[in-house]
Design a protein around this ligand. Structure first.
Ligand SMILES: Cc1ncc(COP(=O)(O)O)c(C=O)c1O
Length: 279
């Protein structure tokens, strides 16, 4: 089946979508992105993604005004054209094209690329799976709160996980856990749910925000604070969240089994509640 890509006001076939070699996203990772989940052909948590896109664009001073209505139309068109049931929408906006020079010129015309991909999600049903994660130093640049495509450190971390047969890489800075290569990290300790505060050291995940509200509504105790690798390894439960992973249990970190290698009850219940809220 032909899949279509939206590129600068046009819908083209996947193989025909091309970008200029002096696009700043290509040369310098001078670009931002969003990954939006699609379940049963429905866009999930769109407002949160749009708000974060606005934040990334403002922080990097791109010459682009986010128009939620027109972006939503494009997303829906692509979901329909590509007959997407379950998967993701990938949106990338680059600062634009300029003769190669580090400093950017103002008023460049951004390049906008949007496409879809199928994905199977780890849903809390009978196939719900817990995964292994490894730990790895957080060597990312100083602004991981901006969702940019400057992801080389995440890529090295994720590849190391893949080499070790793990699903995710939990990042640490001075023995404190920040987040993971492509998700936010949570632990359960004394039945309390703990996650890193949403400051400049982590990406404020959309799933994190939605789950935070859910935890409050379920009257569970949530603490936003830094936690150490030692606390991670001794936690009753560990899980990660992202648009692609939803609530995914981590049942092993490096060589240490968490909750004897079983999915924890709080993790499962949060995953179920989140999934119910989505559908
Ligand atoms: C580094 C990082 N942290 C957290 C997340 C989770 O964000 P979201 O829940 O918005 O997908 C992601 C998602 O890609 C990520 O790359």
């Amino acid at each position: 089946m032909t899949t279509y890509v939206y590129i600068n006001n046009k819908y083209v076939k996947f193989k025909d979508a091309k970008i200029h070699i002096e696009d700043r996203g290509f040369q310098f990772s001078d670009s931002v992105y969003e990954v939006i989940k699609v379940l049963n052909s429905k866009l999930i948590d769109l407002d949160f993604h749009i708000n974060r896109l606005k934040y990334s664009i403002k922080e990097l001073n791109f010459n682009y005004k986010v128009n939620q209505t027109s972006l939503t139309k494009i997303f829906i068109n692509l979901v329909n054209k590509n007959k997407l049931k379950n998967g993701i929408i990938y949106l990338q906006i680059t600062r634009g094209i300029q003769s190669r020079e580090h400093a950017y010129k103002k008023n460049l015309k951004p390049n906008i690329i949007i496409y879809t991909a199928k994905k199977k999600f780890n849903l809390p049903n009978k196939n719900y799976k817990g995964y292994k994660a490894i730990t790895y130093p957080d060597i990312r640049w100083g602004r991981p709160d901006i969702k940019t495509t400057s992801l080389l450190a995440n890529i090295l971390a994720a590849t190391e996980a893949s080499n070790q047969g793990a699903y995710e890489t939990i990042l640490f800075k001075k023995k404190k856990v920040t987040e993971a290569a492509h998700s936010n990290v949570w632990i359960v300790k004394d039945k309390k749910i703990i996650t890193h505060p949403a400051n400049k050291e982590i990406l404020k995940g959309v799933t994190r925000t939605v789950l935070k509200n859910m935890i409050k509504s379920l009257n569970l105790k949530l603490i936003e604070r830094e936690f150490s690798i030692n606390e991670l390894l001794k936690a009753e439960e560990v899980f990660i969240t992202s648009s692609g992973s939803l609530v995914t249990p981590i049942t092993q970190v490096d060589k240490i089994k968490i909750n004897k290698g079983k999915i924890g009850t709080i993790t499962k219940s949060l995953a179920l509640n989140l999934y119910k809220a989505i559908i």
